[in-house]
Design a protein around this ligand. Structure first.
Ligand SMILES: Cc1cc2nc3c(=O)[nH]c(=O)nc-3n(C[C@H](O)[C@H](O)[C@H](O)COP(=O)(O)O)c2cc1C
Length: 258
């Protein structure tokens, strides 16, 4: 299999870099092919702006959606974006490794998503609006896994932890960004308390991460409900008989998948 690892940390001795390198070594040892996008080392342009569209459909007014669709469909994207899309399309799985910064990914990685997730590929698939999303779309058939370095202690991210449950905090990434264009997303892997890890806990975390990476193509994905699986009759709102009486993010997980 081909796996693309994208990681966001400029420091070679960081735990984030260590997890990215561990993932690569683990996959190579299993016989997989690995591509690696080290965003800081690449000098990745984080900001999605007018420079992304040198050949505009409408020079007077910048519509990101329209220009993204035009550039993607007509081979007018910038070479860095095209190169990342080529790696992504060749990949059977994507692993994103990053430190949790203000409850999300660092800006450079958010910018990777914003720029690489083109209209026509990750949204507006097949020119059909939102007909294909959440389980279907341009990235269907691929798996995705997050490896996250978290500064705070695990208790802060537990079911009643003060920060909120980590998997719910990551929902905009797992569900809104990865499942949206069709990827199967595995439960997130986190290392907590990263500022206070001694060598033993680093070794434990490394071993646990290795195991998760080894099972990249075996573990069950998060049971997100597909848009077109019958749960959303009007493609917008979950049917009343599913998760009855409940609301919030977790209703979009099927607690009892077939
Ligand atoms: C800008 C910034 C924002 C951060 N936000 C959070 C946060 O929201 N929650 C948290 O638990 N830790 C937060 N931290 C701590 C980082 O998660 C921690 O430094 C990181 O896990 C360490 O991993 P590293 O050695 O790879 O840098 C933040 C750190 C920085 C620099």
């Amino acid at each position: 299999m081909n796996v693309l690892i994208v990681h966001a940390h400029p420091e070679p001795t960081s735990l984030t870099r260590h997890l990215a390198d561990t993932a690569a070594a683990t996959l190579l040892a299993q016989g997989h092919a690995v591509q690696h996008s080290d965003l800081y080392a690449m000098g990745w342009k984080a900001v999605f702006d007018a420079d992304d569209f040198p050949d505009r459909l409408d020079a007077a007014r910048l519509s990101f959606v329209q220009e993204s669709g035009h550039a993607f469909a007509n081979g007018r994207q910038s070479p860095d974006v095209e190169a990342e899309q080529r790696k992504l399309m060749a990949a059977d799985a994507l692993i994103l490794v990053f430190p949790l910064w203000w409850f999300g990914m660092p800006a450079i990685m958010k910018g990777w998503i914003e720029r690489v997730w083109a209209f026509g590929l990750a949204y507006g698939y097949r020119g059909a609006g939102n007909a294909y999303r959440y389980g279907e779309g341009g990235l269907a058939g691929k798996r995705a896994l997050l490896g996250v370095c978290v500064g705070g202690p695990e208790a802060d991210y537990g079911p009643r932890g003060i920060n909120g449950p980590l998997e719910e905090l990551l929902f905009p990434i797992t569900h809104g960004t990865l499942f949206f264009p069709g990827m199967q997303v595995l439960p997130s892997f986190a290392v907590y308390d990263t500022g206070r890890l001694d060598a033993i806990r680093v070794a434990e975390a490394t071993a646990a991460w290795q195991t998760r990476v080894e099972r990249l193509f075996d573990d069950a994905p998060l049971p997100f409900r597909p848009q077109n699986g019958g749960g959303y009759p009007d493609r917008h709102v979950l049917a009343d008989h599913l998760a009855p009486g409940r609301s919030g993010l977790t209703v979009h997980l099927d607690a009892d998948p077939a």
